[in-house]
Design a protein around this ligand. Structure first.
Ligand SMILES: *[C@@H]1O[C@H](CO)[C@@H](O)[C@H](O)[C@H]1NC(C)=O
Ligand SMILES: *[C@@H]1O[C@H](CO)[C@@H](O)[C@H](O)[C@H]1NC(C)=O
Ligand SMILES: *[C@@H]1O[C@H](CO)[C@@H](O)[C@H](O)[C@H]1NC(C)=O
Ligand SMILES: *[C@@H]1O[C@H](CO)[C@@H](O)[C@H](O)[C@H]1NC(C)=O
Ligand SMILES: *[C@@H]1O[C@H](CO)[C@@H](O)[C@H](O)[C@H]1NC(C)=O
Length: 585
């Protein structure tokens, strides 16, 4: 019975992979990919509404993934997850800077010889890249070693990565070159078009990544983080001269969670004071500068499509548009920035256009950056790696139609270290911004559940509270009282969080198959695949009494096993230490 069910799921999965690949047939040249990856671009502040060429070429001609998430809401960890198909707790690249992150850590963890561009080359692809690769990829360390896996590249380097008018790029085979006084995205556009020409001139199919630094804050750095006492001066993003006058009346969308009258969130977020009008006005300016900076990206996209059309490549190329993480400006009283688990920071743009992809369409399937490398593999017909933590998701019209009914519904969000505002007010770092969370969207529920390193808990019922203003687990230092009146998904919240907590317990240290099928780790019989299945009364005792709870021992700035509390043993499927639920409550 279970065997049959697993085979059916397997067939359905093979079905969508085949449906995806059918499009080009056996004889055609393998498809190309052009991947545009912006820096810190939001969904919830409506930035895409201000990009007419992205709308024309991508949204109207492609499929938009409403529920696409990053799993670690900050550049370097998110990018490493994207390029490896592994959760941050498995890359152990958990920060932007050493010792827990940055390019040197990426290299020392062995990924420079073992990540998507390298795998694509091994599969016969030519690989090209321009723009920001990782943080702390600098004018001093770019050649020790060179970033692996690229046929041709032109990287933006620190300490100039976020300097919109004084960038430095390093082209394959050359030394770094300064573009002082030139607008970075315009320089980048020319580099992207030249790499496209190189790609077309070669025989092989290609994968070209274009990674603008916009709309990241402008940073004037006196040196890289590796230098003694570097000074980083943050300011609003800078636009090209021709876009300076745009959007004069535009302000940050005033959602319910914008600079709210009452504190919200947990831990340090809950202690923030409401912003005064001067601060709000400046943040509106910061927001307009983001939109203005995105205009040159929009033009780059238009130029790209003009060339793809002229070159006759539109029928054989997937064009994918995304960002490394989201962004907030004023929500929950936060200064401009990212690093939080709230929806503004983790729900990010993903648009795909290409052969077989439905035009002017959108989908609600739940997907994450961990899934992108496997998805590229699947699109390009490369067999999936066993060590992927993510799963390939369908992008073509037929692929989406053939996808199993019981779709993947959760995102494993994780973060270690600091959060910092990127505007001019309150630039102090917030320590202990270490948390784990689950974002889950399924039939009858739409939830966010988090545990911070001080063991505060959050639960938001986003079916009725999409702005995440009502933490149902207040006081946040306690797990939900078992007799709470509150209900989510039609059930007492204690029942629901017992399941969510167990799912997170597995996910927080999962590897490969356990990450891809965490419910199966809890139910090896294969009879539970979703939160809804797990909510069956027959599992009440299993979840509410038998299971260990997620619990930190202390706050750490990196992924230190000692800080992480009881752990799921991924190999033997047994627990190590920790309190059970009834001991907790
Ligand atoms: C731009 O960067 C160069 C180093 O590449 C530096 O010498 C120069 O002073 C910078 N210019 C400005 C205006 O900051
Ligand atoms: C408004 O808030 C900012 C940031 O806290 C502070 O620096 C500034 O002095 C305040 N201005 C007024 C007029 O209160
Ligand atoms: C896209 O779909 C919307 C309705 O969902 C329609 O109004 C619009 O005309 C469509 N655009 C194109 C280019 O097909
Ligand atoms: C951060 O966490 C550490 C270790 O758990 C604790 O000692 C410290 O007091 C915390 N700091 C703040 C500001 O909460
Ligand atoms: C992650 O990296 C840090 C810094 O190098 C190290 O201290 C820690 O033990 C590593 N964590 C794991 C789980 O390997």
């Amino acid at each position: 019975m279970q065997g049959l069910w697993i085979s059916a799921l397997f067939l359905a999965l093979v079905g969508f992979a085949a449906a995806q690949q059918d499009v080009l047939g056996d004889t055609a040249r393998r498809p190309n990919v052009v991947f545009i990856l912006t820096d810190d671009q939001d969904v919830h502040l409506n930035s895409l509404d201000y990009m007419p060429f992205v709308q024309k070429h991508l949204l109207e001609q492609g499929t938009y993934f409403n529920k696409h998430y990053c799993t670690t809401a900050v550049c370097c960890p998110s990018r490493v997850t994207l390029w490896t198909g592994k959760a941050a707790h498995n890359t152990n690249i958990t920060d932007v800077n050493p010792p827990y992150g940055g390019y040197p850590k990426f290299v020392s963890q062995g990924f420079n010889e073992n990540y998507l561009p390298v795998w694509l080359q091994a599969a016969g692809y030519n690989t090209y890249y321009t723009g920001k690769l990782f943080n702390v990829h600098t004018v001093d360390n770019y050649n020790s070693p060179y970033a692996g896996g690229f046929t041709g590249a032109d990287f933006l380097l620190d300490p100039f990565t976020y300097n919109y008018l004084n960038s430095t790029f390093q082209r394959t085979g050359e030394t770094p070159r300064s573009y002082e006084g030139e607008y970075v995205t315009d320089v980048l556009a020319q580099k992207a078009y030249r790499l496209l020409d190189d790609a077309v001139a070669a025989e092989n199919p290609f994968f070209l990544t274009i990674a603008p630094s916009a709309p990241h804050a402008n940073i004037q750095m006196s040196g890289s983080i590796l230098d003694p006492d570097p000074v980083f001066v943050f300011d609003a993003p800078v636009s090209a001269k021709r876009h300076e006058h745009l959007f004069e009346d535009v302000i940050v969308p005033r959602g319910r969670n914008f600079n709210p009258d009452h504190p919200s969130g947990a831990n340090w977020v809950r202690k923030l004071e409401q912003q005064n009008q001067t601060n709000v006005d400046w943040n509106d300016h910061f927001y307009r500068q983001r939109l203005r900076a995105l205009q040159a990206v929009d033009e780059l996209v238009d130029g790209l499509f003009e060339r793809l059309e002229q070159l006759g490549l539109l029928d054989s190329t997937y064009i994918v548009y995304s960002s490394d993480n989201g962004f907030h400006v004023g929500q929950h009283r936060l200064q401009p920035g990212k690093s939080c688990g709230y929806e503004e920071d983790i729900n990010i743009p993903l648009i795909v256009r290409g052969p077989g992809v439905a035009a002017n369409s959108s989908t609600d399937i739940v997907t994450s950056h961990t899934d992108l490398a496997p998805t590229f593999f699947s699109l390009l017909g490369i067999p999936l790696r066993d060590d992927f933590d993510g799963t390939a998701f369908p992008v073509t019209e037929n692929g989406l139609l053939a996808a199993p009914d019981r779709k993947h519904e959760h995102i494993n969000v994780e973060y270690w270290g600091f959060a910092g505002g990127e505007g001019i007010y309150h630039r102090e770092l917030h320590e202990n911004n270490t948390y784990k969370a689950i974002r889950i969207v399924g039939s009858g529920y739409n939830l966010y559940y988090s545990i911070w390193c001080n063991n505060e808990h959050e639960l938001y019922d986003m079916e009725v509270d999409q702005d995440q203003l009502q933490n149902l687990l207040l006081p946040a230092t306690l797990p939900a009282p078992a007799n709470s009146e509150a209900r989510v998904a039609g059930l007492p919240i204690a029942k629901v969080i017992a399941r969510l907590d167990s799912l997170l317990f597995v996910l927080k240290s999962c590897k490969g198959q356990t990450c891809r099928k965490p419910w199966q780790a809890l139910h090896p019989e294969g009879n539970v695949e979703t939160l809804k299945d797990a909510l069956a009364a027959e599992f009440d005792h299993f979840y509410e009494v038998e299971q260990r709870r997620v619990q930190y021992n202390f706050c750490s700035n990196g992924y230190l096993v000692d800080a992480e509390g009881p752990m799921w043993e991924t190999d033997g499927l047994v627990y190590r230490g920790g309190l059970t639920w009834d001991q907790w409550v």
